[in-house]
Design a protein around this ligand. Sequence first.
Ligand SMILES: *Cc1c(COP(=O)(O)O)cnc(C)c1O
Length: 335
Amino acid sequence: MPTLFRDGASRGLRPADQRPLLSLAPRLERLPFAPLCAVTPVEPLPGFGERVWVKRDDKVSPIYGGNKVRRWEWLLADAAQQGAKTLLTVGGLGSTQVTSLSAHGGALGFRVKALLFDQEPSAFVESAQLANLRFGSACLRSGGYISTAARATLEFARARETYFIGPGASTALANLSYVDALLELKQQVDLGLAPKPDSIVVACGSGGTAVGLALGSALADLEVEVIAVRITEPFASNQLTLRALAYRTERLIERHGGPRRRRPLRLTVEPRFLGAGYGRRSPLAEAGAKRFEECFGVPGEWTYIGKALAALSLLAKERPRETLLFWNTLSTTGR
Ligand SMILES: *Cc1c(COP(=O)(O)O)cnc(C)c1O
């Protein structure tokens, strides 16, 4: 039976009542929430000069970090409230979402089941599968995209007490987490712990991270452009899909007492680093993955972070006068 703790402070986590988002939309307090995250450091990014900083969401949890954990605080609490005992999800063989859900769902006492579609083999894909095994989730290889979608539909239709989390997990509820994360950054900037960035560079898969950050900036009147580095096919991450996500997330905030946005969303899609598609390697992405290891001391990979870091390297040159913040979405813990 899943157990959720409201008080995270005793475990070094940020307690539920210390979410900056609650001061913006107080009635969000009524939604179920399971603290899993620590406040993440913001620091200069080594090797990039003085204008480039990094927000260390790779260290958001010692169990397994990265950008999915903030989502689980909302989604897994919602699952528990609905009486679910099993979490069912879908991802590629090396999916960080699957590993992250295996780690955190398992730690809260859920049974975690994942259907894994084929992906180009790599050292990272192998290590992800080992981690899934270690975290005790039930992973099943399901072939290509189409057979995986069919299999997931069938599994879910037959399942009981099961909460389904789709690829990317960017629902309106989940996206609240990165609105809150932006407000966390703003607090750090206000305290003088980091300069206010002109732009935030972040990998964009299903878009919830980039959308939450852009929405948070607009709601908090922080002049920041969010550069969403596309790592999935254009049909999955384009201005239309991102605006639709933003719209649904904004309505949810408004329904809970939040303000109406007065500023335009400053959200740019950076399309130059996708290469042949999601999970496909390219020389730039491999160089980015190597750079990740130099910066953070843990192997990178080319599906997400290699492409994002390659984009950051180029953008730092193309925008010599801007202060840039790299939002690190790939876990450096629990691997
Ligand atoms: C999921 C993931 C992303 C993409 O985040 P979205 O919110 O789906 O756009 C980026 N980087 C890493 C490491 C991820 O696991």
